[in-house]
Design a protein around this ligand. Structure first.
Ligand SMILES: *Cc1c(COP(=O)(O)O)cnc(C)c1O
Length: 225
């Protein structure tokens, strides 16, 4: 049995007040997530659109749902009415679709640009230059229903801590560059979503403001094939 209370308490003591814990509940059943809800947690992250949508429908409406995984443009419409933050914007096309669906729902959708810093090619994300190129287009400036809040990234899955430090540092550097050049007066462009169960302590040292933890909170995931 997973002791949700003990897991959350243990983590709680390791994270500073200015770092938001996104509890990654993917693959976990509603009953287990409700245990975290009943402890007072309200911010949950999912990486699959259908699962996110189903849990949103079944669970209390004061939950703040974050989409943390790779998102396909044709699925944005299913989460556009309620999602609080989309972490992994990895293309201009996706961003334009998010804007369109946000407009349809008469709201503004918060998002983070996903940077690719890891060694694995299978991970998604853009370079800092690609993000900057998007920001500089008139088409981007005309998107009125999206709100950029910062950057998200995943580090390489490796025991090499120095590499992980360097990758997170790269994200922070890009953030500071963009902040200074384009978002200086935008107070809510301040988020760095970095760090998972295995590397969140390093991420916090490198300036993370949002950590996305799954297995350390809810137990290891079992994937059905
Ligand atoms: C699954 C997932 C996490 C959480 O992973 P854990 O190792 O279980 O903490 C964080 N971020 C993203 C994008 C994920 O898909």
């Amino acid at each position: 049995m997973t002791d949700i209370k003990a897991n959350f308490e243990k983590i709680h003591n390791k994270i500073p007040n200015n770092v938001l814990l996104v509890a990654v509940s993917k693959t976990k059943p509603v009953e287990l997530i409700m245990q975290a809800y009943n402890l007072g947690y309200r911010v949950f992250g999912e990486n699959k659109v259908q699962e996110l949508r189903e849990k949103y429908e079944q669970m209390p409406k004061d939950i703040r749902w974050h989409m943390i995984g790779h998102l396909q443009s044709n699925k944005v419409k299913y989460i556009a009415p309620f999602v609080e933050l989309i972490h992994a914007v990895d293309s201009f096309k996706l961003l334009k679709t998010i804007n369109k669906e946000a407009l349809k729902n008469n709201r503004t959708i918060n998002f983070l640009f996903q940077l690719h810093v890891a060694k694995e090619e299978s991970k998604f994300g853009m370079s800092c230059e690609e993000v900057e190129a998007i920001i500089n287009t008139q088409e981007y400036k005309d998107l009125k229903n999206i709100n950029p809040m910062g950057l998200m990234a995943m580090a390489t899955n490796t025991p090499d801590k120095e590499l992980v430090h360097n990758e997170f540092r790269q994200v922070k550097k890009c953030f500071e560059y963009l902040k200074e050049k384009y978002f200086k007066n935008k107070a809510d462009f301040k988020e760095l979503s970095m760090g998972m169960s295995q590397d969140f302590e390093i991420a916090i040292e490198e300036g993370s403001t949002m950590i996305r933890l799954g297995s350390t909170l809810f137990g290891a995931r079992e994937y059905k094939n």
